[in-house]
Design a protein around this ligand. Structure first.
Ligand code: ADP
Ligand code: GLC
Length: 477
């Protein structure tokens, strides 16, 4: 089976969040199962300069006014790529989503190129049976397939975050190379606008999202306006949980760590703590419970609930480290908190991959208080690295953390702490629960070991995607 992934991020070259991690891991996990997966991404300079090979795979027309375009075949380690080489759109500063004035054109071009490969194959004859688009950036791909000529590959859309939909004015339609008949509620129209994600969800053969709980939520209350469409397509919607890439996130082999460790040698975890405290400017207190958040600073991540608990954490003798970037208001508020509590609260306002690894290896608790979380990866990385996740019961957080209760502590299944209501008080209660367990080192270590020994490998999820591809009837005229 030949599958073409389409996305706008790929770790370690271009990553703004979990999408980049998933694009690096899932295609490789599918390839390990014998699926011929290739990934189409824009030829961002950071990708192009790092990968090997420069073979022209297709010469394309001027897509969406961005100038001459072509597809280049190149290889990341263990992952064949197609790069959409259209310098007018993709070879410029500002990151993948900077210079937003032609954002809709850029990602229409990406989707068009994917559909072209599905329809015509590349110059070497490779043609996908399935095109699998990720997030709104690839949302028009099923539209170009549906409104284009045959043969038509099967199409799958995965929602990594339904809050980002790619919604643009209807006046753009002529620029996008879609026929006027596409502009209906059965096509790309959404409340008189063009909505890329909605188009994909309406027209793809199958829809997936990144956890079973989120798959349910977005049909009922968390769909950002797309609940009705998703409920209508419930039979074609599946939730498949993300995994952890053991090649990148393994504390026994992680080059970023001061001291490597595994669940059989938890003592070796200890030296990571002073190293991290020093790096962030926290007091080198060996006993203070260390709470950390590694996150985009976005209202949906619920970090305002952490802000409400800063003084409480400090009063309880804990330390807090926040590694994040995003909303300037949140950045300012955390910077203020750090100023108020020198040595006890520290923030790193920026994006630093190595520092994130060190944070998971050094912390006692990783806070993920999201209002919504499609899957979430940091609670998985925390578990793999021996930090106990403290999460809100939503989306993938609900599916991947077993909250400590008298029952789960007694039977050894607990892997972290879970709270329900999205308010500062409820988070404070969960923090108190964590602090109480922290004072019982044996019970703590048991929860820690349970998390570290949980199998979050990509193999199971990859098999689920493979089954899904196989379930789509072939031959689609
Ligand atoms: P989302 O994709 O919504 O941002 P995830 O939990 O799925 O949430 O993925 C976030 C990814 O981004 C993780 O790999 C996490 O370690 C990383 N990350 C988030 N913020 C930072 C940061 N400031 N520095 C380094 N890594 C970060
Ligand atoms: C999105 C979601 C996050 C998920 C990631 C990878 O960015 O916000 O919950 O883990 O995609 O699927």
């Amino acid at each position: 089976m030949k599958v073409l992934f389409v996305a706008s991020e790929l770790f370690p070259y271009v990553k703004t969040g979990g999408l980049g991690d998933v694009m690096a891991a899932l295609p490789r996990a599918l390839r390990a199962l014998g699926v011929d997966v290739r990934l189409l991404v824009p030829a961002y300079p950071a990708i192009r300069s790092a990968v090997v090979g420069e073979e022209v795979a297709a010469v394309l027309p001027d897509l969406m006014g961005g100038g001459p375009a072509r597809l280049i075949r190149a290889d990341a380690p263990g992952l064949p790529l197609y790069l959409l080489d259209q310098p007018g759109f993709f070879d410029r500063p500002g990151g993948p989503y900077g210079q937003p004035e032609d954002l809709p054109h850029r990602f229409a071009a990406l989707s068009w190129a994917a559909a072209h490969l599905g329809r015509s194959g590349d110059l070497a004859g490779w043609q996908p049976d399935v095109i699998h688009g990720h997030d709104w950036h690839a949302g028009l791909m099923p539209a170009y397939v549906a409104y284009g000529s045959s043969p038509r590959p099967a199409t799958v859309m995965t929602i990594h975050n339904i809050a980002y939909q790619g919604r643009f004015p209807a006046a753009l339609l002529p620029d996008l190379g879609l026929p006027p008949r596409a502009f209906t509620p059965e096509g790309v129209e959404f409340h008189k606008d063009i909505c890329y994600l909605k188009a994909g969800l309406r027209l793809a053969d199958r829809i997936t999202t990144v956890s079973p709980t989120y798959a349910g939520e977005i049909q009922h209350f968390g769909g950002h306006g797309l609940e009705g469409l998703l409920a209508h397509r419930a039979a074609e919607l599946t939730g498949i949980i993300n995994g952890v890439d053991g090649g990148v996130w393994n504390p026994a082999r992680d080059p970023h760590l001061h001291s490597r460790f595994d669940s059989r040698h938890p003592g070796r975890r200890r030296p990571n703590r002073p190293d991290f405290q020093q790096r962030l400017g926290l007091a080198e207190d060996p006993d203070a419970p260390l709470f950390t958040a590694v996150s985009r600073l976005d209202p949906l991540k619920g970090l305002d609930l952490v802000l409400e608990n800063v003084d409480h954490l400090v009063a309880c003798g804990a330390q807090l480290a926040v590694i994040g970037t995003g909303d300037p208001h949140a950045e300012g508020a955390f910077a203020q908190a750090a100023k108020r509590h020198p040595g006890r609260v520290a923030v790193f306002l920026g994006y630093d991959e190595a520092l994130a690894h060190r944070a998971f290896a050094a912390s006692d608790v990783v806070l993920v208080p999201s209002r919504q979380e499609p899957c979430g990866l940091t609670q998985l990385y925390a578990q793999a690295y021996g930090a106990l996740p403290l999460v809100r019961r939503t989306g993938g957080l609900a599916d991947t953390v077993i909250g400590a209760t008298p029952t789960t502590l007694a039977d050894g299944t607990a892997t972290g702490f879970v709270f329900d209501r999205a308010n500062g008080w409820a988070l404070g209660e969960a923090i108190n629960q964590a602090l109480a367990l922290f004072r019982k080192p044996r019970a703590w270590r048991r929860v820690q070991r349970q998390g570290m020994d949980t199998n979050f490998s990509w193999e199971g999820p990859a098999r689920a995607y493979l089954d899904l591809y196989a379930s789509i009837p072939p031959n689609r005229g």
